[in-house]
Design a protein around this ligand. Sequence first.
Ligand code: URP
Ligand code: ZN
Ligand code: ZN
Length: 466
Amino acid sequence: MTILIKGGTVVGPTGPYPADVLVDGETIAAIFAPGRGPEGPEVIDAGGKYVIPGAIDGHTHMQMPFGGTEASDTFDTGTRAAAIGGTTTIIDFAIQRYGEVVQDGLAAWHAKTADQCHIDYGFHMIVGGVDDDSLKAMDQLVASEGITSFKLFMAYPGVFYSDDGQILRAMQKARDNGALIMMHAENGPAIDVLVKQALERGETDPVFHGLTRPQELEAEATSRAIWLASVAADCPLYIVHLSASKALEQVKAARDLGRNVFAETCPQYLYLTLEDQLGAPGFEGAKWVCSTPLRSKHENHRADLWQGLRTNDLSVVSTDHCPFCMKDQKEMGLGDFSKIPNGIGSVEHRVDLLYQGVVDGKLSLARWVETIATTPARMFGMYPKKGIIAPGSDADIVLYDPAGRTRISVETHHMNMDYSAWEGWEIDGKVDTVLSRGEVIASGGTYTGRAGRGKYVPRGLSDYLI
Ligand code: URP
Ligand code: ZN
Ligand code: ZN
């Protein structure tokens, strides 16, 4: 069955152009000059709309066991919310904890996703225990399982933390097999000292989560990761959830030297602050406890991050979607900020929140599409199947209405959270229609997708490596 998406403005990584897009089954068959396409059995009027590749969220944690509880979105609720918000692929994190077999962790995540996902999905692998066995497993995952990126943690001692020797060994392995090392770059042992000292002084409110994770400890870890990757013969390195100007400076310097260093940021760091959100009165700030933390509005972080997106020192915007409810979850940290589960949920809103950057003159249309769709596809080995409107690519397509308006609220969002980190935000644009592999799954506010239609996407190596 064919669908002609007619009269819209296609936006790709090189910019916007008027075109009609012919979808045949699950893929894009052709792109026509306006009015030249064959009228199929079905025509979707895209007049006045942008036609963009379905967005790819390269960093989510659905039903992740973390912080003594579990992230509140299941793969069912989280991927449905993502779809409604214009995201047609996620890459979630399967987990190996210290002492566990990597392949068992992966099997557990395949079991969690089986028949649950509304959109296509892939996995990165968190390696929580680097040793001979897990290093060998990395080769097998790259060669046979479609997993080509591995997350390590310089934070969370006793949970996922790797020391510098373990990090170096994993980087050497990645250098050999072509995988990408994704790094949670914060100096965990130093943070633990500051947390203990703060609690001893009776500083227990959520804002102290941010104050005990100063940007220097993000910058130091970012720099150390970059140097360790250099020692590992320029192992490809991708810094996740970068939030701070000084950390960005490290990435910029490495990239200026031509290093295989990349970074992502997240909407929360582009818009929200330590004072206005994390420092909200009482326990309210718990809603915005995440790591790395929100940064001070009295420093230049947000402007620097927007600039980094424009200059490609920041390549990708992911959400780091890791939702927890206030009730029974964030509340675990009443009276002790260190017990608040770390994470913010935004998987439904990233396309809109970044489009607001276009409206505000901070990003071009092309860069919007690049940072939310095309670059994640290329970075994580899914291109050109995903991330582009082109013949032969999966027909993952979003019609975006620049004349529409989106109001974000817990009353209307679809994520399984009892609050919204973006309550009351108004966006000058709206997701109108979403196609996933040629099927219209959302249109004009009606959702018609279903759990289980999403397929696992085995990934190749990153396009950005030579
Ligand atoms: O606060 C965060 N980022 N929670 C999710 C886990 C991680 O470190 O990405
Ligand atoms: Zn992390
Ligand atoms: Zn994360």
